[in-house]
Design a protein around this ligand. Structure first.
Ligand SMILES: NC(=O)c1ccc[n+]([C@@H]2O[C@H](COP(=O)([O-])OP(=O)(O)OC[C@H]3O[C@@H](n4cnc5c(N)ncnc54)[C@H](OP(=O)(O)O)[C@@H]3O)[C@@H](O)[C@H]2O)c1
Length: 478
């Protein structure tokens, strides 16, 4: 991860900053407004203004995880951004933990519907303490409240402003990391199981990505209903750890799950919850018993590499069989879908979501659910954290914690090279240039080649900071 500091733009003598309502992503932004003089030449007033300006404090800054453009990890940067100011219906949250969701990988790739305009601060989920409240917030929230929130982007920063509609107080005993790990995963799982399929005793379920954040929430919530049979599909590498929990009846490798399920039950299952899309839609539908219910709630199959593949996106859609209501009528099957982001930000579902959060916190207080946190990472290590999801290595939720120290990074290779090395480099450069002239490239974008496993630009001009705080960060933390 490369850390860069965004240099604050100096405000010219004849300019002042005034708040503008929102930018294209719907975020509060500061606009630079030019002031005109009246031409009377009132020198004293001008002098006073100059002195006043000199006294003005520089704008306060915060660290944030910024997506500078769609693509690989190198587009995810820690930048200094001006601290946001709170609007009338918003609260300002000092962020203590952020949730990393599969959806964030899709945003980075630009493989999400209605993607944001870049640059934008990433993240949909964070927990922290309220530092300021807008004038229209009323008694619902006050400074010092411990909350978890669902802003539409901008959650991965030290401070975030969020409309009170998407902010929820957390129980006193709940840690910030648990709050950031519980919210989206258990909301999705609760709504799928109890509002959309109405899970009842004796039913069987097929769950994909069962070791992930939503997957683990689904397992715990399904276990609150007696005599439910869970078929959990995931990468083989997770089977040992997951079988130790004793919560999943049949752990199945994701590569041949249809045959594996059929070996266990020729009848099929009552419920299929599919977060993969593409061919899995048809396979899931095919595994349903009569009276069975299938729900699509994700499209992880569109993620095939570090950058977006138009082929994967297209394939994921054209592979899906078009099922007519007449076929459903004949076969006694149901199909539905769920998208929390659309429900919250486009379909005005905030009150329904709030009542569901209350139920989830109730289950947490009763000890019926407990979020599984896979690992916690510093903001500077966000690329590595994202890589863990890409590599299918997480069990439970990955969280970011702005207070954590970044991991030490390998030292930057020495600049000076031996004569032999330099002449070898020159030869390979010349060879490379010849290849390009002849049109012989490997088809990869040069920019992507410069990214190493940690998501850092291997030979980038932006040098890794090895986690050392910049001067302004040091001041901030002191
Ligand atoms: N509808 C909604 O409102 C909503 C909200 C939140 C999440 N979701 C969806 O729920 C699913 C799980 O989300 P999550 O945030 O909890 O993430 P997650 O399951 O923790 O994501 C990581 C896991 O996804 C699995 N996976 C499946 N396809 C993959 C691919 N192409 N590349 C890499 N990993 C892949 C891997 O596990 P295995 O290899 O073990 O399968 C990996 O460990 C996602 O599809 C997400 O979009 C939907």
């Amino acid at each position: 991860m490369t850390e860069t500091t965004e240099v604050p733009v100096a405000v010219a003598k004849s300019e002042t900053k005034t708040p503008s309502p929102t930018n294209e992503n719907g975020h509060a932004e500061e606009a630079v407004v030019e002031q005109t003089t009246n031409g009377t030449g009132d020198e004293k007033v001008a002098d006073d203004a100059k002195k006043e300006e000199k006294k003005e404090d520089p704008p306060k800054e915060m660290r944030a995880v910024v997506l500078t453009g769609f693509g690989g990890f190198k587009n995810v940067k820690i930048l200094k951004k001006p601290e946001p100011s709170v609007a009338a219906d918003e609260v300002l949250i000092r962020v203590k933990a952020c949730g990393l969701n599969f959806q964030d990988l899709m945003v980075r790739l630009g493989a999400i519907d209605s993607p944001p305009k870049t640059p934008t601060i990433l993240g949909f989920e964070c927990a922290g303490e309220i530092e300021a409240v807008g004038e229209e917030v009323g008694d619902e929230f006050k400074v010092g409240d411990r909350v978890v929130a669902l802003p539409e982007y901008r959650a991965w920063s030290e401070l975030v402003t969020v409309s009170k509609r998407y902010v929820y107080k957390i129980p006193d005993e709940m840690t910030y990391q648990d709050a950031a790990a519980i919210l989206i995963n258990y909301l999705v799982a609760y709504i799928l199981l109890f509002d959309l399929v109405s899970l009842r005793e004796g039913k069987s379920l097929l769950l994909h990505s069962v070791g992930g954040g939503v997957g683990q929430a689904l397992v715990q919530l399904a276990r609150t209903v007696p005599n439910v049979t869970i078929f959990g599909v995931c990468s083989k590498s997770k089977h040992e750890a997951l079988s130790a929990t004793g919560l999943i009846d049949h752990l199945i490798d994701r590569t041949d799950y249809v045959n594996e399920v059929r070996k266990i039950t020729t009848e099929g299952v009552d419920i299929v919850l599919d977060c993969l899309c593409g061919e899995e839609c048809n396979r899931g539908y095919g595994l349903l018993k009569p009276m069975g219910k299938y729900i699509l709630y994700g499209s992880s199959n569109v993620v095939t590499g570090e950058t977006k593949s138009f082929f994967s996106v297209a394939r994921s859609w054209w592979q899906v069989d078009k099922v007519s209501p007449i076929k459903l009528f004949d076969e006694n099957k149901s199909l539905s879908g769920f998208n929390l982001r659309h429900l919250l930000y486009q379909q005005d579902g905030s009150e329904y979501v709030r009542s569901t959060v209350d139920k989830i916190f109730g289950l947490w207080k009763d000890g019926k659910v407990k979020p599984v946190v896979d690992s916690a990472w510093a903001l500077e290590d966000v690329a590595e954290a994202m890589q863990k999801l890409h590599d299918r290595k997480n069990i439970g939720k990955v969280v970011l914690d702005p207070a954590l120290e970044p991991k030490p990074k390998p030292a930057t290779p020495a600049k000076s090279k031996s004569k032999k090395q330099s002449s070898e480099d020159k030869k390979s450069k010349d060879d490379g240039e010849k290849k390009v002239e002849n049109g012989e490239t490997n088809g990869e974008e040069k920019e992507e080649e410069a990214v190493n496993g940690n998501g850092e630009a291997a030979e980038s001009e932006e040098k890794p900071t090895n986690g050392d705080a910049t001067e302004s960060e040091k001041k901030e933390s002191s």
